[in-house]
Design a protein around this ligand. Structure first.
Ligand code: DUC
Ligand code: ZN
Ligand code: ZN
Length: 468
């Protein structure tokens, strides 16, 4: 039996903030005790380790519900392996990721899921789950969905973008949603009108508009809004809950808000890149804009206020990263002379908590909302709560001692993600994970990594809770 006492911190959950001692026994939180109270004192006396959190917050470890480790894309593969990517997550205070397994086109869901299990097993620094990307909706895969739900893969992502690759048409989407309505799964949607985007891509390239900045133009905001609206209507027809991933535009948030006002089980996430970066980054000279090519694309800076408002009103319920890193040298440059060949994705699994804490300091969100957006809400929606996403007796001891005053500069020189640039290079932020526990083990402490590959295990998820 191992006992750890975390003393004198401000314990913050999505609902409460209180000075307390958090007592950890083996992999779980055993108790939350008033500082200096009898149980806290006797525990500290008998603890194997006492962590002093004076001046720090104690928060539940981050849950990043949207990562792509080792994802094949555009003729290359995302540069973080499960080992390097989950280690970087741990450094940034994220103790659970939910990554996307991909059905091979023409193959079975099982084949894709087994492939992703093999990539992750024994390699992860923190716990992980899987969503399943259905790239080829047909009778077989639809039937397979039920079995995956039983195995703890309870969410399925469909693409309205990328025709000929990951794309599903409206009929396929409706069928998958109907199946989800029956088995309790959550459909996640990449909502962009891919057929229309491809026309604009062809026209842009024919007119000689080949630089990264045109990636933002062709992935028009109205084509995100239209697809978001269409996905919502299809989910209504099927009677299924829906989760829109990586929302980047106020026009799309408006459709989500409208649905939610009507009481529909429609949820959405945004990502730090849409809150902190813009088309100005995509337009950086000398092909530097390629570092900022992701889909949905970065938008004009004026959009950011609409996203922050959506986060405050809960029309946007989660901030995930869509972490999908490609090196500038050797990967992003596949698209020199043709922006449509730049692999889509931005690194961010390590920086999410700190950027969102900066948003607390900047007055965009409150501290409890910070915890809710980064940990509690994704845990609830994706069937991990109350094991993950909160601090309570019986919950996994996935905990972060967070120093809210620690200033640091984000940089590729110092980050732990396996990618040769930072999208936030030179950006000064205040706040940093000081100590990170994953299921009761201290894996990061005071600038040292103490964990090992294989510390993290697969988490079978339940059905998400979609109320409220
Ligand atoms: N968007 C990205 O930017 N990368 C991977 C897949 C996606 O939908
Ligand atoms: Zn996507
Ligand atoms: Zn993604």
């Amino acid at each position: 039996m191992t006992r750890i006492a975390i003393r004198n911190g401000l314990v913050i959950t999505a609902t409460d903030e209180t000075y307390a001692d958090v007592l950890v026994q083996d992999e779980r939180v055993a108790a939350i005790a008033a500082p200096g109270s009898d149980p806290a004192v006797s525990w500290a006396d008998g603890a194997d380790q006492v962590l002093d959190a004076d001046g720090c917050y104690v928060i539940p470890g981050g849950v990043d519900a949207h990562t792509h480790m080792e994802m094949p894309f555009g003729g290359t593969v995302a540069s973080d392996s499960f080992e390097t990517g989950t280690r970087a997550a741990a450094w940034g205070g994220t103790t659970t990721i939910v990554d996307f397994a991909i059905q091979p086109r023409g193959g079975a869901l099982r084949e894709g899921l087994d492939t992703w299990h093999a990539k992750a097993e024994g390699n992860c620094a923190v716990d992980y789950g899987f969503h399943m990307i259905i790239s080829d909706v047909g009778e077989g895969p639809l039937k397979e969905m039920d079995g995956l739900v039983d195995e703890g893969v309870t969410s399925f992502k469909l693409f309205m973008a990328y025709p000929g690759n990951l794309y599903s048409d409206d009929g396929q989407i409706l069928r998958a949603m109907q199946r989800a309505e029956g088995n309790g799964a959550l459909i996640m949607m990449h909502a962009e009108n891919g057929l229309a985007i491809d026309v604009l891509v062809e026209q842009a390239l024919a007119a000689g508009r080949t630089d990264p900045r045109y990636h933002g133009d062709v992935r028009h905001v109205l084509l995100e809004a239209e697809a978001t609206h269409r996905a919502i209507q299809l989910a209504r027809v099927a009677g299924a809950p829906l989760y829109i991933v990586h929302v980047s535009a106020g026009e799309a948030v408006a459709h989500v808000a409208h649905a939610r006002d009507d009481g529909l089980p429609v949820y959405a996430e945004t990502c730090p890149q849409y809150l902190f970066l813009s088309v100005d980054d995509l337009a950086r000279p000398d092909f530097e804009g390629a570092k900022y090519v992701c889909s949905t694309p970065l938008r004009p800076a004026e959009q950011q206020a609409r996203l922050w408002r959506g986060l405050r009103t809960d029309d946007l319920s989660v901030v995930s990263t869509d972490h999908c890193p490609f090196c500038f040298v050797g990967q992003k440059d596949l698209g020199r002379g043709d922006f449509s060949k730049i692999p889509n994705g931005i690194p961010g699994v390590e920086t999410r908590l700190d950027l969102l804490h900066q948003a607390v300091l900047d007055g965009h969100i409150g501290r409890r909302r910070w915890v809710e957006l980064a940990s509690t809400a994704p845990a609830r929606l994706f069937g991990l709560h109350p094991r993950k996403g909160t601090i309570a007796p019986g919950a996994d001891a996935d905990l972060v001692v967070y120093d809210p005053a620690a200033e640091h500069v984000l940089s590729a020189e110092t980050h732990h993600m396996n990618v040769d640039y930072s999208a936030y290079e030179g950006c000064r932020v205040t706040g940093r994970a000081r100590t990170v526990l994953s299921r009761g083990r201290v894996i990061v402490d005071g600038g040292r990594y103490l964990g090992r590959a294989g510390d993290g295990g697969f988490v079978a998820r339940g059905i998400g809770s979609y109320a409220g």
